[in-house]
Design a protein around this ligand. Structure first.
Ligand code: PLP
Length: 464
């Protein structure tokens, strides 16, 4: 059960910053409430920013998603999309739970294998993979999503050379997003299916996958239905093993209460951001949860009244799903130390808090967007409550290095030596855009597991 520690609050006249409180898993609340000294010591010892990763919550998410698919009446192979976080601890959790992993390239594949995930549970989805990656995939019996005829021919040649048969999905463009740079057009798919029949000694066509931008459950269900039809068509052409439909990732995560999110959007305007920044698009921070999305996708009517799950079941089609963000929901947060505060309240109405580290450790900032859930302030010294509007800057020489463009209504003045906590950052935020700019060391990740009963939490560096 996630806890929001805030009631709906509308901004006051005069531009009081809107409080967009992040939802918090009870484990995160416990760590922040009862183990501040540990967190402060880790930040002091390991450097700012510091990512805290929480594999127990990842494991809970696995159980929840598996249950959601079972409740929807479908068999789904869940592959954790590793690109969403580089920490090894999540792969270890995946291996221990018998979960698969989706990888985009050779380094991720090597990490997944080294983490104990068997090759037959690994899907390879990167576009136009090179021959070395193909060879590894063939050797380890991975499921390879193929993007083009030329890739299909190269992969078949590699498999033939190794004397093996490789399992493939054909990634196909959907009717709804025909302009995607990923996947085959209808004509290419037709030809690829024919080629799979010809190359049956070296490859087994297992089904179809697609890439979709966005979080529309109706669009994902419609695309999945197209892939079911492609499976049926392939079977008619003698490719009887075509029984998999990969519905991709894109299961949403809810970071803030939906009503709060709607209220936020209704009042949002450039004046609420540093430099009057005019953002056009945000992640849907207060949208559906992953389990709601699974229910909606699987129940979506695709053939008359028949839902997607029922149609798949009728045709013996199994789903593959590659969630990254959704499996990492609440499974980590990021601590920054405050390095300096430029109090411009008298002139500009808000302060600029500079943290040790940069916005490269909060990836959303590099997608023309802002990571909107409010950071929490942990004050080093007790101070009286007083609304303190401030945005947050990184300590690089880039004008655009803003960790939070939005003016946050901190409950107390922020001081040098305080800590800021960015919640729910494990999904993509931590490391997908990390950079050693200015020769900075890449931020460390500390894995924490809460102890049983009265036992204290245990921590270790990730990767050790
Ligand atoms: C092929 C593929 N699978 C899975 C994912 C994971 O998506 P998400 O983290 O939104 O679940 C992505 C994201 O880019 C992807 O490209």
């Amino acid at each position: 059960m996630l806890i929001s520690q805030q009631l709906l609050e509308r901004p006051m006249a005069g531009g009081r910053p809107f409080a967009l409180t992040a939802l918090r898993h009870p484990t995160v609340s416990t760590l922040l409430a009862d183990h501040r000294v540990l967190l402060a010591d880790l930040l002091h010892g390991l450097g700012s920013p510091l990512h805290i990763v929480l594999p127990e919550i990842f494991e809970e998410n696995v159980v929840r998603l598996r249950r959601a698919f079972a409740d929807a009446g479908v068999t789904a192979d869940i592959l954790f999309a590793k690109k969403a976080n580089k920490a090894d601890c999540y792969v270890a959790s995946a291996a221990s739970l018998g979960l698969g992993v989706d990888v985009a390239g050779a380094p991720e594949l090597v990490k997944a294998l080294a983490g104990g995930v068997p090759g037959h549970r690994i899907g390879i989805s990167g576009p136009e993979k090179d021959d070395a990656l193909h060879a590894l995939a063939v050797q380890h019996g991975c499921l390879v999503a193929v993007d083009s005829i030329s890739e299909l021919r190269r992969l078949a040649a590699t498999a033939r050379l190794a004397g093996r048969q490789v399992s493939v999905l054909l990634r196909s463009r959907t009717v709804g997003q025909p302009g995607s740079r990923f996947g085959m057009s209808a004509a290419e798919r037709e030809a690829a299916v024919g080629l799979c029949a010809e190359l049956a000694d070296s490859m087994s066509l297992r089904g179809f996958s697609f890439h979709l931008n966005g979080y529309s459950t109706a669009e994902r269900a419609t695309a999945a239905n197209e892939m079911i039809e492609h499976c049926l068509d392939a079977r008619q052409r003698g490719l009887l093993a075509a029984d998999l439909v990969n519905i991709g990732g894109g299961l949403p995560v809810c970071y803030v209460e939906p009503r709060l999110w709607d209220a936020f959007l209704a009042q949002d305007q450039p004046a609420h951001y540093h430099a009057a920044k005019d953002f056009k698009d945000f992640y849907p921070y207060g949208g559906q949860s992953a389990t709601q999305a699974i229910r909606a996708i699987m129940a979506h009517p695709v053939d008359g009244d028949e839902g997607l799950a029922a149609k798949a079941g009728r045709h013996g089609v199994r789903f593959v799903v590659e969630p990254g963000r959704a499996l990492l929901d609440q499974a980590g947060f990021t601590l920054y130390g405050v390095q300096q505060v430029d109090d411009r309240r008298d002139t500009d109405g808000y302060a600029i808090v500079t943290v040790a580290g940069s916005s490269f450790s909060l990836s959303e900032q590099w997608f023309s967007s802002d990571y909107l859930p409010d950071p929490l302030l942990i004050s080093a010294q007790p101070t009286a409550d007083e609304l303190f509007p401030a945005c947050v800057a990184g300590s690089t020489c880039l004008e655009s290095d803003m960790v939070t463009w939005r003016k946050i209504g901190f409950p107390r003045p922020v001081r040098r030596g305080d800590h800021l906590v960015y919640l729910n950052t494990a999904g993509y935020q931590m490391d997908s855009n990390e950079s050693p700019f200015h020769d900075a060391a890449l931020p460390m990740k500390a894995v924490i597991r809460l102890g049983e009963g009265e036992a204290p939490p245990r921590w270790r560096l990730d990767g050790i």
